[in-house]
Design a protein around this ligand. Structure first.
Ligand SMILES: Nc1ncnc2c1ncn2[C@@H]1O[C@H](COP(=O)(O)OP(=O)(O)OP(=O)(O)O)[C@@H](O)[C@H]1O
Ligand SMILES: [Mg+2]
Length: 272
């Protein structure tokens, strides 16, 4: 497995080198020092002065005004905020699906803001598990085939990928549904398949964008329970975007996006 661009590979630019490069290096080192002081260990996610604007027909739309935040390895963090506050945008930036307008993002030991499109795709496949509000399972494929796909995308031979997918379906108690297509399963079952698909590659970071947003209360509770259990068992760092404040309050930490900024809304010493 090829190593991603890592913070530790960043070297001080030669004296007399480009001024911007030297300044960037100083900023990065300062940001890393602050992060170490604050979380006491290597952060899994670190945002340094992240801004994001979109050009629209009606001018510039500024979503983030300068986000600085660290998330430690193993944390389960809820991200809340009003519709349009940038929750999905933040997950897209962390998963290298989009780039900030300025600032740096370190995620799973990788400076994601520096990745080429090809490296970004590999970074996602190796380090990130995504779960969305709508499961995005492919309707013409079985549950097992859907879960096996990220493994096959990284070149795992089909039989082995299918075997691992089967084990993951067993893990989320859907072993008997492996031959079923998404349309033959309930919303909660589909999200459990989506969770298995997100985790089959053994990612470090789970990014979940309103995974329970389309489910009734009891099913949302059940899917959240699975997320929490797998978070612990798999040693994940998990970021859960949710409008459900009750579920958010049961995460160890809650961050709120508001007015282009990110703020600490709650932090518990131990996970409830
Ligand atoms: N590609 C784009 N071009 C222009 N504006 C965009 C684009 N993507 C997102 N936005 C805008 O950025 C802002 C943040 O969007 P985002 O989808 O991140 O919000 P959100 O907090 O996830 O909202 P919701 O809770 O409704 O899902 C919104 O005002 C949105 O309209
Ligand atoms: Mg959203």
């Amino acid at each position: 497995m090829e190593t991603m661009v890592s913070t530790s590979t960043m070297e001080r630019p030669q004296a007399g080198g480009a001024g911007g490069e030297a300044q960037a290096w100083e900023e990065t080192k300062a940001c890393e020092a602050v992060a170490r002081d604050r979380v006491g260990s290597e952060a899994m996610v670190r945002l340094c002065g992240v801004t994001k604007s979109y050009r629209t027909a009606r001018g510039e739309l500024r979503v983030f005004d300068g986000l600085d935040v660290e998330i430690g390895s193993g944390e389960m963090v809820a991200i809340v905020g009003r519709s349009g506050s940038g929750k999905s945008t933040l997950l897209h930036l962390l998963g290298a699906l989009d780039r900030p307008s300025s600032g740096r993002i370190y995620c799973a030991s990788t400076l994601v803001t520096d990745l080429s499109a090809r490296d970004a795709a590999r970074f996602r496949n190796e380090r990130i598990g995504y779960v969305w509000q709508f499961h995005y399972l492919l309707p013409e494929f079985t549950a097992e085939e859907n879960v096996a796909m990220p493994l096959m995308a990284r070149g795992v031979e089909r039989r082995r990928a299918m075997a691992e997918a089967g084990e993951w379906l067993e893990r989320v108690e859907l072993g008997d549904r492996r031959g079923h297509r998404p349309g033959e399963m309930s919303g909660g079952e589909q999200q459990r398949v989506a969770l298995a698909r997100a985790l089959v590659t053994k990612p470090q970071l789970l990014l979940a964008d309103e995974p329970t947003g389309d489910l009734d209360e009891a099913t949302a509770e059940m899917v959240f329970g699975w997320m929490k259990e797998l978070h612990r068992e798999q040693g994940l760092t998990s970021l859960l975007v949710t409008h459900n404040l009750e579920l958010a309050g049961r995460c160890a930490r809650v961050l709120r996006l508001e007015g282009g900024r990110i703020m600490e809304a709650a932090r518990h010493d131990s996970q409830p």
